[in-house]
Design a protein around this ligand. Sequence first.
Ligand code: G6P
Length: 596
Amino acid sequence: MCGIIGYIGERQAPDILIDGLQKLEYRGYDSAGIAVFDHNSIKVIKTEGKVSALAKKKAAADLQEVHCGIGHTRWATHGEPSDINAHPHSVGRVTLVHNGIIENYAELGERYHPSPLSRTDTEIAAAVINACYHGDAVSAIFEAVNMFHGAYALCIMFEDQPDTVYAIRKSSPLIVAVGENETFLASDIPAILSHTKDYYLPEKGELAILTKQGVRFVGATGESIEKELKTADWDESAARKNGYDHYMLKEIFEQPAVIEQTILRYKNDFTIFENEDFDFEVKGNIHIVACGSAYHAGLMGKYAIEKLARVPVLVHIASEFRYDNPILHKDDLVIAISQSGETADTLAAVRLAKEHNVRTLGIVNVRGSSLSRLADHTLYTLAGPEIAVATTKAYLCQVCLLQLLAVRMAGKGLTMQEYKDMMVAFEALPAQIEQALSFCDDAKALAEKFKNAEHIFFMGRGQDSCLAMEASLKLKEISYIHSEAYAAGELKHGTISLITENTPIISIMTDRNRLPKTASNLKETGARGALITAVTYSDVRADAYTDEQISIPVMNEMTAPLIAAVKLQLLAYYVALSKGCDIDQPRNLAKSVTVE
Ligand code: G6P
């Protein structure tokens, strides 16, 4: 995630840009920059670090009578956080800021910009637009974006077109807002809400042309597009949550976008900055260490890596690892997973691995965090900042990244067909997640059935048993209903004694091979009066042995649990909501556990 802002009007643009960037800083904060028209030429000010560092640089730059500009706060995807890699980027007559990922930037770079200054896909985007620009901005932008694969929101200025800003998007968010003799661009509404509540939502293929007088939208052949002006009716707190009642719900709804970012980033290209000398071949064992939901993500990762790469994986609860006298060999790899990168037990596990001279790889969401500095190598999940204590989007990105890593580790061990199947599965995921979000109304209705339960049991086999653990944790941590998760076959070795009339059981069934076995387990519980909900494919007729079915589309079995996860996050959310719980800050919990 990155934050984008733009302004044209009568007021001092740099102040408005910096103010907007501060409000967007939650989207990323490793570097920031602005570009403004200053006496008919474009001046760029940018820096590594937070927007406050940019504000100092701007103050020193002595900008006067500047009324048009664009700005950016960055959550690095290509190229480490640095002054050079910070946006805006300029090539020739073009200066722009970008949110998203241009997947084919390397090949475009070879053709249009073989010697870039930075290591970003954004500089290449600027070069392509510049190469297409011969005085007609509209056709240059459309010609260029037709070549871009991936996701983008771009705000573009041309050196010879003062006081005009162009903006176009695909997948990444962008709004165009209008005030009295001024127009704004922003990644989201809160960034401009103190100036105006009126805004447009540009769609893919609609180019916004902003001047002080207003905005017009044009299509690829220059035709005018009429758009509906919307009005935001949010107060300050609703604005921070982008209109959602809770951060948790906002973050659940961000999942299509952040998963798309993570997939675009790593699908074809694991050669990222911190990892350039990383050898993906592991001759020994892989040890995954993590806590809480990150541990559950690790269990899913074990499944993917063992299945695809055929490397043995041991998953350790980080707080146990160092006291277990773990058997570590120099050919092993320790993967530490952490959203915050600050969890004390996870850090201690990595230190122990380093003492044993074992390679360490961090999978981290927060850039610059302790884990990213401690681990030999780091892969970043691109979930963006997560505020709700109960993790949703960071967990999903961790699982997805581990699956992408499994494909990379498998390398030539996969047939071309297997590789293609996985790529098709990843490409379909963002839209499938988007579709899963329409489960809200059903989740609300189902929540009424669960809210008075004293105990809820989750079960599944294989990957589904790992997801069951996460789904159970999600439900109990925010709704305070006691819940446990079981590998389905284990239920009859003890826990079935707890099943009585109307005890809710939620069974996750995305593994078709094991489906008949799980169905038998469900029948055993049904015979004891359990109230059974199955989360399974829409083509599975589970009604003979279940009371409810939460359907997911017929899809790849490796990625199917991610869709089940989204639906179960929504269910947990609505159960907690119906019980009136403090969803974003559940009792006794902390987002980041920095003590042992
Ligand atoms: C806390 C959070 C969990 C998280 C765990 C590990 O318990 O509430 O959501 O999974 O810490 O945190 P980490 O930042 O290392 O992923």
